[in-house]
Structure formats: C-alpha cells, structure tokens
Design a protein around this ligand. Structure first.
Ligand code: FAQ
Length: 328
C-alpha cells in the first residue's frame, strides 16, 4: 500500500469511478421505487440503518411473545388457549423471518442475538409493560397488534427486498391477531359488570403505550428523514400515529368502551386527529431499559436461550450428519 504523503492525503475519501456508478445505480433504484437486493451495492449507512431497524423489529417479535405466553395456561377456555398459543407461535415465526432478512445484510444471527441479550439492542417499548389480566390479551391484540399493522403495512413497500417481502406475510398474520384481540374485548364488553370493568381497565393501561409504539414525535426522530428518503419508512411517526388513533377512536364505539383521552377529536380544519400529549419522559426511560418489565423480559430471554442450548446442539449435530452423508 502506498504511504500517505501530503500530496495524496485525503484521496481515499474521493469516490472512485466504480463507487460513483454504484451510488448512481442505487439512487436510481430508489428513485424508481424498485428494490435493493442483498447482492446489490448499497451505501454503508443504508445497510447499518436497515440492520438496526430490522433486527430491533425481530427482537420485538421475540420479546413480544412473553406477555401473552404468560397467559396461555390461564386462558378461560380450550378454544381461547389454542388461539393464543397459535398467535404466540406466529410471533416467533415473525422473529425468524426478520432475523433472516437482517442476516442478508451481513450480520450473523448469533451477533444479533448477543446484542439483544446483553441489553445493547432496543426492542419495542410496549413489551416492557406488564400483562395483568385476561382482558390485557384483548387489549394487546386490538391495540398493540393494531398499532403494529398501521406501522407495518407501509413497510411492505420498504425499498429493501427481503424486509418488504417478510412484511407481507407478517401483516396478514397481524390482521388476524388484531381481530382476535378485538373479539376478546367484545366478548368481555357484553359480559358481566366485572368483565366490562376489566376490559376498560386494560384499554386504559394500553392506550398511551400503544400510541408511543410509533416512536418519538417527528421533530425528535433522528432517523426518520433519512429512512424516508431511502424509502425504508414511507410515513413519519406522527402521520402513522394519528392515522391509528383515528381508527381506534371509531372501533372503541363498537365495544361500547372509551379511550382514556378527553382531548381526542378530529380536527376538520387540518383533517387530522388530535390526541393528548403523551408522556415522552416515560417513553425515554422505557427505551433506556428502565420500564416496569425491562429487566424481567431480558432475564427471561436469557433463561430461554440457556434452556434451548441442547436444541441448538442437536440441530447442529443433525445438520453435520447430513452434510457428511451421501444423501445430503
Ligand atoms: N420502542 O428516529 P426514530 C410487534 C427508538 S410490533 C423502542 O423515530 P426509527 C408485533 C429508535 O429505535 C413492534 N425504541 O427511529 C407484535 C431510535 O433509537 P436508535 C415492533 C423505539 O427507527 C405484537 C430512537 O428511538 N415494530 O412486535 C421506539 O426511524 C404483539 C429514535 O426514534 C417495529 O419494529 C419504540 N416504540 O423509527 C409482537 C416496526 N420508537 O435505534 C408480539 C419497524 C423509536 O437510533 C405481540 N420499526 N425507538 O438507537 C419501525 O418502523 C421504526 O424503527 C420505528 C422507529 C417507527 C419503531
């Protein structure tokens, strides 16, 4: 390698002809609403931001299994139990598609997993709140999966191929999840006074955290502008949040329940939904690891990983056996 001299210092920062061509091809694909595929050249910052978002999303699906999995044994009927079990399994599947999509960007799954278990990686704030009652299964399905769909349907058109394609299947399953949550709340809303109270209490506790799932307000969202320019995100955090709040404002009427937001209204002039100021200090505390359930969720994840060691060893031994055999 040539030594750096005052004459050539800084030359490496000047893009080569090939780099310029690659950047131009990438820009054109984004401009045409085409897809970037794993073998295509992409700017390092694009790769990094996608790895961050897709892996955080995968971690959310995996950690998000916990609040509902804790209720499988306490579901009120065999039918409810089997539905809930299927839902929790779906979330595991979503985590796996998303880890696969993240791996195509070059970071191995073990490393992504380490980032989660060591507390270095974020996952959705919502899963750091406890699920206290059976009605919470309804509120999680209706509000949490509902917010997830509102956020994720536009991600089906994300510019990175493997992410967009994974999102198509995930969104189909999330729609079923939302309906099952709504149906749990509907059954409770038509039940006894105690059941109605339980449903209302669950809605009250999950309303604000579900609105915070969309991320900080636009002016405090450092990643949004670039992610939207790259067509990873198609709408801003606030745009999606107010779209979601408008949807649930109508649906809650069918339940005969209320949303804990006296300020909620549709503003005819701006064509936007107005909702109360959310507690962003609480949000920041939760995403920094200080929410009510953060340490519990991570400890449970590490425990499950330790308990699953024999499964990973057996799978690896099985794969080695077939790698070495003639049948393979
Ligand atoms: N929680 O600049 P922005 C589900 C972080 S759905 C935690 O606005 P960005 C389904 C953000 O990472 C839940 N952290 O960031 C299910 C960034 O920090 P960083 C998962 C959050 O990326 C249902 C910083 O704040 N869905 O799991 C949150 O442009 C039921 C600044 O924020 C997805 O992940 C938050 N809520 O926008 C499963 C969807 N919000 O990384 C089981 C894909 C923001 O710079 C049961 N992700 N932060 O250190 C996205 O659409 C985006 O990443 C956003 C955030 C919208 C979440």
């Amino acid at each position: 390698m040539a030594a750096t001299t005052p004459q050539n210092a800084g030359l490496s920062a000047v893009p080569s002809y090939e780099q310029e061509q690659s950047q131009a091809r990438f820009d054109a694909l984004i401009e045409q609403d085409s897809r970037i595929e794993p073998r295509d050249w992409m700017p390092e910052a694009y790769r990094k931001t996608l790895t961050r978002q897709v892996s955080q999303h995968a971690h959310s699906e995996i950690i998000g299994m916990q609040p509902e999995a804790n209720w499988i044994t306490r579901a009120p009927s065999l039918k409810r139990k089997s539905i809930l079990m299927a839902k929790v399994q779906d979330e595991a599947g979503h985590g796996l598609y998303l880890y696969s999509a993240a791996e195509t960007l070059g970071t191995p799954r073990d490393e992504l997993n380490d980032q989660l278990m060591s507390g270095r990686a974020k996952y959705s704030s919502i899963f750091n709140y406890p699920a206290r009652s059976w009605a919470d299964m309804g509120a999680i399905g209706w509000l949490v999966d509902g917010a997830a769909i509102a956020n994720q349907v536009p991600l089906c058109r994300a510019s990175y191929g493997p992410y967009g394609r994974a999102m198509v299947r995930i969104c189909k399953e999330e729609s079923f999840h939302q309906r099952q949550g709504f149906e749990i709340l509907l059954a409770l809303s038509r039940g006894t006074e105690a059941q109605r109270k339980m449903a209302q209490d669950a809605i009250n506790r999950f309303y604000e955290p579900s609105l915070m799932m969309f991320g900080p307000p636009d002016e405090q969202s450092p990643n949004s502008a670039q992610s939207m320019a790259w067509k990873i995100k198609r709408f801003s955090n606030d745009e999606l949040r107010q779209r979601f709040v408008g949807m649930i404002a109508e649906q809650v009427k069918v339940l005969g329940m209320t949303l804990p937001d006296p300020e909620l209204r549709f503003d005819e002039e701006t064509g936007r939904w107005i909702h109360k100021e959310l507690n962003w200090d609480e949000f920041m505390a939760v995403i920094k690891g200080n929410g009510p359930m953060n340490s519990h969720r991570l400890e449970r994840r590490r425990e499950a990983h330790r308990e699953g060691a024999w499964v990973r060893e057996a799978a690896a031994a099985y794969a080695r056996k077939y790698e070495n055999s003639e049948v393979a």
